[in-house]
Design a protein around this ligand. Structure first.
Ligand SMILES: Cc1cc2nc3c(=O)[nH]c(=O)nc-3n(C[C@H](O)[C@H](O)[C@H](O)COP(=O)(O)OP(=O)(O)OC[C@H]3O[C@@H](n4cnc5c(N)ncnc54)[C@H](O)[C@@H]3O)c2cc1C
Length: 316
């Protein structure tokens, strides 16, 4: 019996969300008096680095045939590791791959699945996982009653730190199973910092009037080490790329700090950002709905406020 964490890698690099998922699995394993193992498919330097986040073993298949992120192939390979290790709990990061592989694995294993968990499961009585529901307006405590349990954890749900250890690497062989799906092209995000992983996000809406005014958003983001995001209409009218669109129909993010500039705060936008730890809103309209969700609000013109924030950030 063990906890198994699926660790995604992009082009050989393991990202922060995957480290967080391993650390999350380690907390569960400690509660269940067992070990946390990781499954890693596709070529990566130093797979043993996952030991620093709590994994005692890494089941590692270095075949480049996994680099396409084909969810069916990953599901098939992962279910073999689950079967060989008798893993009771399987953890994913709630990222693109986690969202597509976790339900497939749950169907295959007849396992209960909680997607988008935001806290460590309560194992005092049963196995109860907290998740946000109704676009973040409420929380649900969901009990998983099946023998096998699957969880995908929302990024930035857990405070964790990097330790020292190295994991034992168990090499697996074989190529990814052909699934009838062929990946024709992988387009890499052009932004400097992944929106999903950013701790600070500076976001702009239609109040910025046009793409030519995004220079100040980008400058502020650069100074703060932040990623940039936008409201949906801004992406729809091509002021910004679609991968920056956050909300109900875009990305759901949970940064430590979300700065919303010229965004009204429609419920569909809030659905993607109301898990942020601190929200700062800059808007000319004191009645803008976003102020109700804000921790700090600045009633003012973005074209005057943002340059002052940039000055202050430079002075810092
Ligand atoms: C099914 C459905 C799904 C949707 N999904 C999403 C989604 O995922 N994400 C999303 O964002 N939207 C989504 N929407 C759209 C959503 O309802 C809003 O229309 C959208 O969020 C509004 O974008 P906005 O705030 O940028 O623009 P606006 O509503 O036009 O607001 C602009 C704001 O800027 C302020 N402003 C103007 N000038 C300035 C200035 N100089 N300085 C400071 N502030 C200024 C204004 O006071 C206003 O509050 C969805 C809608 C539907 C129906």
């Amino acid at each position: 019996m063990s906890v198994l964490v699926y660790v995604n890698n992009y082009g050989g690099t393991i990202h922060k969300n995957a480290f967080e998922a391993v650390a999350y699995g380690k907390v569960i394993a400690d509660k269940l008096n067992t070990e946390v193992h990781a499954a890693l498919f596709g070529p990566v330097d130093n797979p043993d680095q996952l030991g620093a986040y709590g994994a005692s073993k890494v089941f590692y298949n270095s075949s480049a045939t996994f680099s396409n992120h084909d969810p069916s192939a990953i599901t098939a390979a992962l279910s073999e590791v689950v079967a060989s290790q008798g893993s009771e709990v399987v953890v994913f990061s709630h990222d693109y791959t986690g969202k597509s592989v976790a339900p497939r694995l749950a169907a295959r294993l007849k396992a209960g699945l909680v997607s988008g968990a935001i806290d460590i499961p309560n194992t005092d009585s049963g196995f109860v996982v907290k998740k946000a529901v109704f676009s973040g307006k409420a929380f649900a405590d969901v009990e998983i009653m099946s023998d096998k349990k699957i969880i995908s954890v929302l990024p930035n749900s857990l405070e964790y730190s990097k330790g020292e250890g190295k994991a034992e690497v168990v090499s697996l062989t074989g190529d990814a199973q052909a699934s009838g799906v062929s990946v024709k092209e992988i387009k890499k995000e052009s932004s400097k910092l992944s929106l999903n992983e950013a701790e600070i996000v500076v976001s702009g809406g239609r109040g910025l009037r046009g793409p030519e005014n995004w220079g100040m958003v980008e400058e502020l983001a650069d100074l703060l080490g932040a990623a940039t995001a936008c409201s949906r209409p801004v992406a729809d009218i091509d002021w910004r790329p679609h991968h920056e669109h956050v909300g109900q129909t875009g990305l759901a993010i949970r940064p430590n700090l979300y700065i919303a500039i010229g965004i009204s705060g429609a419920i569909q936008h809030l659905a993607g950002v109301n898990g942020s730890k601190v929200i700062v809103v800059i808007n000319t309209d004191p009645e803008a709905p976003f102020f109700k969700a804000a921790d700090y609000g600045i009633i003012g013109d973005a074209f005057q406020v943002v340059p002052k924030l940039i000055e202050a950030a430079k002075a810092l």
